[in-house]
Design a protein around this ligand. Sequence first.
Ligand code: CA
Length: 222
Amino acid sequence: MARILIVEDEARIASFVAKGLRADGHLATVVGDGRAGLDHALSGDFDLVVLDIGLPGMDGFEVLDQLRSQGSSVPVIVLTARDSVTDTVSALENGADDYMPKPFRFAELLARVRLRLRQGGETGPAREDVLRAGGVHLDLRTRRATIGERELDLSAREFALAEIFMLNPGQVLSREQLLDQVWGFDFDPGSNVVDVYVGYLRRKFGAHAIATVRGMGYRFVS
Ligand code: CA
């Protein structure tokens, strides 16, 4: 169980995120403006902060800036509009650990929250921003994928699917698990979208990178 601070002024999004995090067994606290967000984040009472950028009082960039300049190293996941990629890159440079473009599926945010909590634990493994498996490098900060020197052009969905596979190398993941993690619960379970995207990744990573386990799902060959 982690203590998670959500700094988000849109009540609908804040409650959707808080509800999901509580269902995953965490304590979630919501504040709706930047100044209160900064005070809470600086209190030392939280293990992770989910921080919106567009906030009343003080925007998310300033909150992040002040948080880091006052010596806090609490992990921060920034929520950002999809059209603000340049701003987001600057947020990462200014001390955010990850970002989540809006709109997002809760499962996508939860995957990032879990990853950051694992990495942020004092006794946990060293912080790892690059996933490596089967010759593929996935940089979770810059969202770049490479094989050797070659950069792969992955869509956001392909990247998310690759991330789930590479967080679980060698494990068989069912279509339902992949659909749930990458596309969200409300996606039609009869859809063949997982198979289609596994096909896309095979084209980019090599046909043998992802094995089909008949009747069970897929396994990333590490
Ligand atoms: Ca906002």
